[in-house]
Design a protein around this ligand. Structure first.
Ligand SMILES: Cc1ncc(COP(=O)(O)O)c(C=O)c1O
Length: 412
């Protein structure tokens, strides 16, 4: 029986909460990194380990995925300024494109997927591409080849992915692929990102930008990152998470176009001060966890696939739910779609039952929803159910039972 610790007219926060995301490692992994030798892990050793693991010739450790994308675009920008990307995306991707001095060319997503509509490549005047692999769904990169009329660079944004070798085997010579270790990502490691390419010059130039833009790695920063990673890991233990939650936090779960926290006008992006993801270096503890994640990556993939499969088995055929496309890759969330009138209520009910869910991504105020009907409706209908590698399949069953109960309640 759920025991409630906070009450309001609208909802209660139970003691035990399944968080929307959790780090892939536990408290003991962080402690063993801190006491048992994270201090010899250099930037170049991480670059080498990731490049070898994914059979890529060159890689560059980044302060974040957004910074790497932006620098790669800027390096390529001389004559290829129009950059195509999907309207259903993380706002940091728009920011990365605009901060590179590029023109943002936005297109809709396919109606039955979370990825960019293929016809847009022919219809729109663009020279470069940012292909964000939303929730870990992958593009067939052969369909998105650069040509004489599309001569720029392809950025493959794998921030939400746990990649395997086949993700990298798709890359062409001038592609730049990025992974993220930032908050909420499948490969969370405290901070950072990493970029890969077959193009030695591109990686060398991105490295130069990195060395110019990031601050010095200090002992103080190491302590700060270690404390942040430890506290995130403790707080998100299901037995403790309900205590941590505040009512205001719930508001952040549900964002609409009036509450996207983003700038009204495209140019404003570049006028805002840079967030820390643009200049904060990784520290020893982040790099230790990056190594740990690399060692565990194939286990993470298996677990994520098993969780998505369990969701599908449990939710298949339920009235009022649209299940996401089946994928043979690891997904970051299990993203269902519901009637948009019911979506926020369902999220509240689930929260009251101890399940935190998400709504990634909202539809940005920068765009006209009539021009991007698939992205706009998807953004209003999605609920991201948690996938986390430390969850049990019985947690998935509990989430699904709560969802069925919540559907009954909202339909009454
Ligand atoms: C799809 C996608 N791409 C890129 C990013 C940016 O990643 P980072 O936080 O490493 O800059 C995010 C982040 O939130 C994301 O969701």
């Amino acid at each position: 029986m759920t025991k409630f610790v906070k009450r309001s007219e609208k909802f209660c926060v139970p003691h035990r909460m399944i968080p929307r995301y959790r780090s892939p490692f536990g408290f003991s992994t962080i402690v063993s990194g801190l006491v048992g030798g994270c201090f010899n892990i250099s930037i170049s050793s991480i670059e080498e380990a990731y490049a070898n693991h994914f059979h890529m010739p060159y890689s560059v450790l980044l302060p974040s995925c957004r910074a790497g994308m932006s620098w790669a675009l800027e390096i390529n920008n001389a004559s290829h300024k129009n950059v195509l990307c999907s309207a259903f995306n993380c706002p940091t991707v728009f920011e990365a494109i605009l901060r590179a001095g590029s023109e943002l060319v936005i297109a809709d997503i396919e109606h039955d997927s979370f990825l960019l509509e293929h016809k847009s490549i022919k219809l729109l005047n663009c020279q470069s591409l940012v292909l964000s692999e939303i929730y870990g769904y992958t593009y067939d990169l052969n369909l998105w080849a650069l040509t004489d009329s599309l001569p720029g660079i392809r950025i493959i944004d794998m921030a939400m992915t746990v990649p395997s070798l086949h993700h990298f085997q798709r890359l062409r010579r001038t592609d730049f692929a990025v992974l993220s270790f930032g908050t909420g990502k499948c490969l969370y490691a405290g901070s950072g990102g990493i970029g890969f390419s077959h193009d030695k010059n591109l990686v060398r130039e991105v490295r130069k930008w990195r060395d110019k833009c990031i601050e010095k790695e200090t002992l103080l920063l190491f302590i700060k990152h270690s404390l942040e990673i430890l506290s995130r890991s403790i707080i998100r233990e299901p037995a403790l998470y309900g205590f941590y939650f505040k009512r205001s936090t719930l508001k952040r779960l549900i964002k609409d176009e009036n509450d996207d926290g983003i700038i009204l006008d495209q140019l404003d992006y570049v006028k805002q001060p840079l967030s820390k993801e643009w200049y904060t270096p990784t520290t020893y503890i982040d790099r230790y966890l990056m190594f740990y994640n690399l060692k565990c990556a194939s286990g993470y993939i298996e677990k994520r696939i098993a969780i998505a499969k369990r969701y599908r088995i449990n939710l298949n055929g339920v009235d009022g739910l649209i299940l996401p496309p089946i994928s043979s890759d690891a997904l970051s969330h299990y993203t269902i779609r519901v009637n948009h009138h019911l979506r926020d209520k369902l999220i509240h009910y689930l929260f009251g039952m101890g399940i935190e869910t998400g709504t990634l991504f909202f539809f940005s105020r920068l765009f006209n929803r009539r021009n991007f009907p698939n992205a706009a409706s998807t953004a209003a209908e999605i609920i991201n159910l948690p996938i986390d590698v430390r969850m049990l399949l019985s947690d998935v069953d509990r989430i699904c039972n709560c969802l069925l109960e919540a559907l009954k309640q909202v339909n009454n």
